[in-house]
Design a protein around this ligand. Sequence first.
Ligand code: SAM
Length: 201
Amino acid sequence: MREVWDDKFSGKDYFFGTIPNAFLVDQAMRFSPGMSALCVADGEGRNGVWLAEQGLDVVSVDFSKAGLAKARELARSRGVSVETVCADLLSWDWPNAAFDVVVALYIHFPEGERSVVNRAMLAALKPGGVLVMEVFHPDQLRLGFESGGPQDPELLYTADGLRHDFADAEIITLEELVLTRSESRHAGKKAAITRLIAKRQ
Ligand SMILES: C[S@@+](CC[C@H](N)C(=O)[O-])C[C@H]1O[C@@H](n2cnc3c(N)ncnc32)[C@H](O)[C@@H]1O
């Protein structure tokens, strides 16, 4: 899979564009300069760079070297910086209680691995820190994947599954919805998604 993502990110253009995720931008009131943020599977950095532009100290982790190189380039072009870490999330030595914000946008793992990564993301937050997550829901199947996403149903996330994995957290928002994407390469297309905002207690 690493090679597949390196290949997607090896072009001159930004595969998912450079506009940050709309749900993340909607949460701007939760972020303030000087906060620390971990952008999990940040790809080419559209979300990590936006957080850096809001004044946060950002670490972007992804296993695609090509993606992270473009994230650094995007940051440079915007006059900010992000620290990039090239690592497989399934074997990474995750930081503990280190971040005010963890962002997980469009990352998809099968059930066993998913709960390991979800627990690691929660543990990476300081107490009181907030996780922002948006992922594809199984209804993408019904929509015919017009907005992309993994076609293996095992890789799609329900609110119930996330409620289970984040049972130790305070759930601020947990919803399943169909919307029209306003950014990414699928702008204008319908997407079935699951969204979570959870606070580490
Ligand atoms: C759909 S892209 C989303 C990128 C970014 N979050 C965004 O919204 O633009 C999925 C990302 O997950 C990364 N990824 C997938 N599996 C990974 C793993 N096991 N460890 C680290 N990164 C992974 C890929 O390299 C890719 O950047």
